[in-house]
Design a binder for this molecule. Structure first.
Ligand code: SF4
Ligand code: SF4
Length: 264
């Protein structure tokens, strides 16, 4: 984790800051000399939407996905739990999803794999509240994509090409939780609320079970039609999860309590 912290610091302080219309040259395709080099021994943080896409792609439950393919590093300075994609225990620590032909979950690959070699930094995470998010280019020795052809992209074109719209939409919703003012005030989540965060963000099947099998529906008044949506649609469930977390973690009035629950 120290390595990651150092890289974050260098990005915020030294890397040229880019915006949507800035250009870079990059070409990645089967046949490049470094093909698959980037799919091993790498720290990939998974977002809630990454996990949703991957567990559905693999046709397994979120519990199974978390057990089999992820790590949850513990750091007492973290505001909230984070999830890392687990690499295999072989010599090159390769990703579970890489094959000779490339990524076997390509259409559902994580946010970080899509953006690479572009990065998106949020200075607010490091308490520089006046700074806006910015893009940057991550140049690594393992990647020859900058020298293999001269295809030119703007950052906006790259994001479109990599299918990032939906990932960015859910990324923005996630940041409303992870960059909440609550943390700026120096507050920390206790263990039960860390567990709620983990469930609503990362373990959607468990969250759905919690809604439909606990006293949740006796206590909260959900809009008409919403129950059907969250019963059958993981994306709707995740959107609702972010809303629920604002209520459960930060006491925002994002969910209505039933009058009978208040009086009881
Ligand atoms: S998910 Fe796919 S693109 Fe990302 S590291 Fe694994 S094999 Fe590579
Ligand atoms: S060009 Fe870079 S991103 Fe593409 S396969 Fe090579 S190392 Fe990976």
């Amino acid at each position: 984790m120290r390595e990651i912290e150092n890289l974050k610091q260098a990005i915020l302080e030294d890397y040229p800051r880019m915006s949507e219309n800035d250009k870079f040259k990059f070409s990645c395709r089967p046949g490049v000399s470094c093909f698959n080099n980037c799919c091993g021994d790498v720290n990939i943080f998974l977002t809630p939407y990454d996990i949703l896409r991957l567990k559905n792609r693999l046709g397994i439950s979120s519990d199974e996905f978390l057990d089999e393919y992820t790590l949850t590093p513990i750091d007492k300075n973290q505001n909230y739990p984070v999830i890392l994609l687990k690499m295999q225990e072989n010599e090159n620590k390769t990703c579970h999803f890489v094959s000779e032909k490339g990524c076997t979950v390509y259409e559902d690959r994580p946010w970080a794999c899509r953006y690479y070699p572009v990065g998106l930094a949020s200075p607010k995470e490091d308490d520089k509240k006046d700074d806006e998010d910015f893009f940057f280019i991550l140049r690594e020795d393992i990647c020859q994509g900058f020298d293999e052809g001269d295809q030119e992209w703007t950052i906006a074109e790259w994001r479109r090409d990599q299918g990032l719209e939906k990932y960015d939409e859910f990324g923005r919703l996630f940041k409303e939780i992870t960059l909440h003012d609550y943390f700026d005030r120096g507050k920390q989540l206790d263990v039960p609320r860390m567990e709620l965060f983990h469930m609503a963000c990362y373990n959607l099947d468990k969250f759905r079970d919690f809604i439909f099998s606990s006293t949740f529906l006796k206590r909260f008044d959900l809009e008409e039609g919403l129950l059907d949506k969250i019963k059958n649609d993981d994306e709707e469930l995740l959107r609702f999860g972010f809303r629920w977390l604002k209520f459960a973690l930060f006491a925002e009035k994002t969910i209505k309590i039933k009058p009978e629950a208040l009086s009881g």
